[in-house]
Design a protein around this ligand. Structure first.
Ligand SMILES: C[S@@+](CC[C@H](N)C(=O)[O-])C[C@H]1O[C@@H](n2cnc3c(N)ncnc32)[C@H](O)[C@@H]1O
Length: 373
């Protein structure tokens, strides 16, 4: 018997307005083995709509807490004692006029705080209005600097974007968005997007990458049944295979055991497989750094490429020569290269990339006999 089935899963809603979303959620989900905590920031007197929705939540076995700051969940006396499977913040917004900097800060601090009370398979859902998130999944993609840059904010909390979908308002009949700029007005939810974050995941809904198996050998194994697949993988784990295989998991999903929550059942293979398979982050941010250096006649571009690959591996997505400059009086030649960092497998906040690039610059200078400008 699977004892995991009996463990309740905790679900937390933060920043609720009139509690209509979580009331709808508990009504819809009450057959599942979930315990819901629904919370709001305010501690003032609740209006009749809020009270009605709170009643529905409580009638369905949920708990309601007021005065909960989404940026300090880890120090809340009750919430800090629980590990949550799902933490949901719909349309976070500081309670005043639009201020992109303050809203980014709210989301960043929320993600950092929520990460601390998330269970090992947990996910954090953040829904944002059209264009705010700043990923390519938006119907209208805003310029990055004009968006909330949610993937970058999550990376600072050690989280990656593992799923994304249009905000599902139709399944939650009772839901009425409230809280436009801190008032009880509603706001436009057209083309809103739900971003789902996780720490690291073994299998994404899309793809996974193995650096140890060739694509053909994996395809072969996937044709066999599940037991055979696992047996083969276990046997081959220590053998060196060349090539990088990117295989669509969709085609093999049916052969991999999924538990009720659609999470890959990893316990049995955890020790062996976990180091092998990395999660893939969707729409990871890219970071661009230009570096110029004086070269002499010995300089070979190929050596630069090899050095970069050896030093930072696949974190650099591309290196492009953007300018060659000749200083007439001295006849010295300078080359400027553009390095674009991006990774689907590693969490790469901007600050980390800056450190990596500073070190890479020094390595280039020392190893290639060039002078940084
Ligand atoms: C635009 S409203 C959305 C309300 C509700 N989630 C919905 O979908 O209708 C923004 C919400 O963020 C909440 N909020 C802002 N800062 C918060 C914080 N530090 N902790 C918890 N909630 C916060 C506000 O109280 C408000 O309810």
């Amino acid at each position: 018997m699977d004892t995991n089935q009996k463990q309740p899963k905790f679900v937390l809603f933060v920043g609720e307005g009139d509690f209509s979303y979580s009331a709808s959620y508990v009504e819809k989900q009450n057959s599942k083995n979930e315990l819901v905590f629904s919370t709001c920031l305010n501690s003032g007197i609740l209006n009749s709509k809020q009270n009605k929705n709170i009643e529905i939540i409580k009638d369905n076995g949920g708990s309601v807490l007021t005065d909960v700051d989404a940026t300090q969940l880890e120090s809340h006396p009750v919430l800090s004692q629980v590990k949550f499977r799902k933490i949901i913040f719909n349309f976070p917004h500081v309670p005043k006029k639009m201020n992109i900097g303050q809203n980014r800060k709210l989301v960043e601090l929320f993600l950092k705080s929520a990460e601390q009370i998330l269970d090992s398979n947990g996910r954090i859902h953040v829904s944002l209005c059209k264009g705010q998130g700043g990923t390519d999944a938006e119907v209208e993609v805003r310029e990055w600097h004009n968006s909330w840059q949610i993937v970058e904010l999550a990376s600072r909390a050690g989280l990656m974007l593992c799923d994304i979908w249009p905000f599902d308002v139709d399944s939650f009949e009772k839901y009425e968005c409230t809280g436009f700029r801190g008032q009880s007005k509603s706001f436009n939810m057209e083309a809103a997007v739900t971003h789902v974050f996780c720490r690291q995941r073994l299998v994404s809904s899309g793809k996974f990458v193995s650096q140890k198996f060739s694509e053909d050998s994996l395809k072969e194994w996937f044709k066999s049944d599940c037991t055979e697949l696992y047996r083969s993988l276990s046997q081959k784990l220590d053998s060196p295979f060349s090539g990088i295989a990117a295989v669509l998991i969709e085609s093999v999903k049916s052969k991999i055991i999924l538990n009720n929550d659609s999470y890959f059942t990893v316990e049995y293979f955890k020790d062996k497989l976990l180091p092998m398979y990395r999660s893939l982050s969707l729409f990871p941010a890219s970071h661009t750094h230009d570096t110029s250096f004086w070269v002499n006649e010995d300089f070979k571009e190929r050596n630069l490429f090899v050095l970069v690959r050896r030093t930072v591996g696949l974190l650099v997505k591309s290196i492009k020569l953007v300018e060659i400059y000749c200083d007439e009086p001295t006849k010295r030649v300078s080359r400027c290269y553009r390095f674009v960092y991006q990774s689907h497998g590693e969490i790469l906040p901007k600050s980390v990339v800056s450190c990596i690039h500073s070190q890479l610059r020094l390595t280039i200078e020392m190893s290639l006999n060039v002078s940084l400008r």
